[in-house]
Design a binder for this molecule. Structure first.
Ligand SMILES: CC(C)(COP(=O)(O)OP(=O)(O)OC[C@H]1O[C@@H](n2cnc3c(N)ncnc32)[C@H](O)[C@@H]1OP(=O)(O)O)[C@@H](O)C(=O)NCCC(=O)NCCS
Length: 151
C-alpha cells in the first residue's frame, strides 16, 4: 500500500512530539521539533491516516551527507509498511538533491528498527558503546549504519 506524503513544517511540531512520546522513552518536545523544522538543513516527511499523523521520518543534511535523526510509526499503524515508505521517499528526495550517503544510529536491542534499516539497504559501519541509557537499566550500544545513494 502507498500513502500520500506530507513535508512536515514547524506547525506540525506538536503532533510530531505527541507521536514521538508514544514511540520513545526519551521523546523530543514540541519546542525541539519546532526548532528543528525551522532549520533549512532538516527534511521531515510524514504520512497521515484518517487525518492523524501516523508516521514520520526526520533527517538532517550536512556537507553532502544526510543523517536520519528519528523515525516513528504510531503503534496502531505498525507493520503496515509506513516506515519503509517514508525511508524510500526520503532516499528518493535526498538522491535528487545529490546527497551521496545517508547515516543513522540505532540501538542494538531495537531489532524491529534494525530489520527495517537492513531491509532498506543500510549496512553496519560500527558501534558506539553504551550510547543509549534512557529507559534502560543497562546502557546499550548504538549500531552505526549507512546507505550510499546513486550507486
Ligand atoms: C521501528 C518502526 C519505526 C518501524 O515502523 P513500521 O511502520 O512498523 O515499519 P514497516 O511496517 O515499514 O516495516 C518494514 C519492515 O521492517 C521490518 N520491521 C519493522 N518492524 C519490525 C519489528 N517490530 N520486528 C521485526 N521486523 C520489523 C520488517 O522487515 C518489516 O517488513 P514486514 O512487515 O513485511 O516484515 C516502529 O516500530 C517504531 O516507531 N518504533 C518505535 C520507534 C523506533 O524504534 N524508531 C527507530 C529508532 S532508530
Amino acid at each position: 500500500m502507498t500513502w500520500p506524503l506530507l513535508v512536515l513544517r514547524a506547525d506540525d511540531a506538536a503532533r510530531m512530539s505527541r507521536l514521538h512520546m508514544r514511540s520513545f522513552d526519551d521523546p523530543w518536545s514540541a519546542v525541539a521539533f519546532r526548532g528543528m523544522l525551522l532549520d533549512t538543513t532538516i527534511l521531515s516527511l510524514g504520512i497521515e491516516i484518517d487525518g492523524e499523523l501516523a508516521g514520520f521520518v526526520t533527517a538532517q543534511t550536512v556537507a553532502g551527507e544526510a543523517d536520519i535523526l528519528t523515525v516513528a510509526t504510531a503503534p496502531e499503524h505498525r507493520r503496515k509498511g509506513l516506515a519503509a515508505s517514508l525511508i524510500r521517499a526520503l532516499v528518493s528526495r535526498l538522491g535528487e538533491r545529490g546527497i551521496a550517503r545517508i547515516t543513522l544510529e540505532v540501538a542494538e536491542d531495537n531489532a524491529g528498527a534494525r530489520a527495517l534499516y537492513a531491509a532498506e539497504g543500510f549496512t553496519v559501519d560500527g558501534h558506539r558503546p553504551r550510547y543509549y541509557t534512557a529507559g534502560r537499566d543497562v546502557p546499550v550500544d548504538a549500531i552505526l549504519m549507512s546507505r550510499k545513494l546513486g550507486v
